[in-house]
Design a binder for this molecule. Structure first.
Ligand code: PMP
Length: 430
């Protein structure tokens, strides 16, 4: 109990002991979270001062960039791994490997939690995503495979490759048993932490023939599958959404979010609607994504074109992580509750990011900037000018985006203007 006693004025020994016992009884882990996964979630809700003051409407962002893996995806990765452990699909320190196809953030979150939980990770990603994400993944000890961008109907598309690798991994003949022996055997507890048992997996292995057999025949490669995995939705419906609602005291008039897998907008959107069906849920969609059309017109016009030209079903934009040209399970959960959609240009997202640094000292990634442009457009479209509150997600920070979104040379070559005045124009009084 050093932390408290260091700060407290000198007090008699007996009293100090009693104080600590009392506090410990009330809040057993008041001064420590149990490992890295304990740092995930419970992010602050941040008022964006410049935009709120200019609009007269409160613009609030969930500061997800403060998660230990640097993005909102920590929540999803943790939930997917927790659920897989509960279902018996993953066993810590048994050589299990998690596979995922991702443009980066989810990979970084999986790699982080994998290390904390006793797993290995293989991340498959298209070779045109920002280089710094690859470096982070490698530093976290993940195996990274970069593949040529391809359409989802192509077997070589990154998500399809991840699924295939997981399936092929850990066939009985390829299990390296030495890997599983003499490691502490960890048992997932009902909380975020893990309890360390004194027996090694090797001992349990011999002691319990049934478990032994199960252990050997269990799938040891786990495909996390964030696009289709329900745990993604649950992480937001049971985590992000309730947190946001509590922090805003139930006063939210609109929730704005982009969609990559769709988990965030589906989970948070459904939660806020369940609390108050009048909350407007709006989609922020970058250029080239088909979701805007899907919401507005019921079809993804871009789909045929992208298949015809063999372009990947990924979106051609400098904004990373949001926008998609196919329906995923998580997006299907979102579509019924999306009331409005905004198409955001690269120039607008870039302008917003520079504007926020200039006025708020806030250094955000591309999808956060996109979300905030959509917040401003929504306020204008609704004609709101006083007393309303719009909430969104600040998915990650700018330091994941140095090579593209935050690289003025790159943007100049791509003909994307860097001009914060674009935001000033959006903010002009009607
Ligand atoms: N922002 C970033 C930086 C992301 O990586 C993602 C996920 N791909 C999103 C936003 C979108 O979130 P979701 O997958 O829940 O739609």
């Amino acid at each position: 109990f050093k932390f408290a006693s260091e700060r407290a004025p000198p007090i008699p020994q007996r009293k100090r002991e009693r104080t600590s016992l009392f506090l410990n009884a009330l809040v057993p882990s008041a001064f420590a979270v149990l490992g890295v996964t304990g740092l995930i979630g419970n992010t602050p809700l941040l008022r964006i001062n410049s935009l709120s003051d200019a609009l007269g409407v409160e613009i609030l962002g969930k500061a997800e960039f403060l998660n230990p893996g640097g993005s909102v995806k920590d929540r999803v990765a943790l939930r997917m791994i927790d659920d897989a452990e509960r279902l018996g699909l993953l066993r810590p320190y048994t050589g299990s490997r998690i596979f995922e196809g991702t443009v980066g953030s989810t990979g970084i979150s999986i790699a982080t939690i994998a290390r904390a939980r006793g797993y290995d990770a293989t991340i498959i990603m298209p070779d045109d995503v920002a280089e710094e994400k690859v470096k982070v993944l490698q530093a976290l000890g993940a195996e990274v495979e970069r593949v040529r961008p391809a359409s989802i109907v192509d077997k070589k598309q990154y998500v399809n490759i991840a699924r295939q690798r997981a399936k092929n991994f850990g066939r009985l003949d390829s299990i390296d048993e030495s890997n599983a022996i003499n490691r502490p055997h960890l048992i997932p507890s009902s909380t975020d932490s893990v309890l360390v048992s004194t027996t090694s997996s090797h001992v349990q292995f011999e002691d319990d023939p049934k478990e032994n057999e199960e252990f050997l025949t269990k799938p040891r490669g786990y495909f996390a599958d964030q696009f289709e995995n329900r745990s993604n939705f649950d992480a937001h419906f049971e985590g992000t959404g309730p947190e946001l609602w509590r922090q805003a005291n139930g006063r939210i008039h609109a929730f704005v979010s982009g969609a990559g897998t769709g988990g965030t907008i589906a989970g948070v959107g459904q939660y806020v609607k369940s609390m108050n069906e009048n909350v407007v849920v709006a989609l922020a969609d970058p250029e080239g994504s088909g979701l805007f059309n899907k919401v507005k017109h019921g079809v993804m016009y871009d789909r045929k074109e992208s298949e015809g030209t063999k372009r990947r079903h990924q979106v051609d934009t400098v904004v990373e992580g949001i926008g998609i040209n196919r329906l995923t399970k998580n997006i299907e959960l979102a579509l019924p509750i999306i009331d409005d959609a905004f198409r955001i240009t690269d120039a607008e997202a870039v302008a917003m990011s520079r504007y926020l640094v200039k006025h708020d000292g806030l250094f955000l990634g591309s999808s956060s900037a996109c979300n905030l442009v959509a917040c401003v457009k929504l306020v204008r479209r609704m004609g709101w000018s006083e007393g309303q509150t719009v909430a969104t997600i600040l998915c990650d920070s700018g330091n994941r985006h140095y090579s593209k979104f935050w690289n003025d040379d790159y943007l100049r070559k791509a003909n994307i203007p860097v001009n914060p005045a674009i935001v000033e124009e959006l903010l002009l009084p009607l």
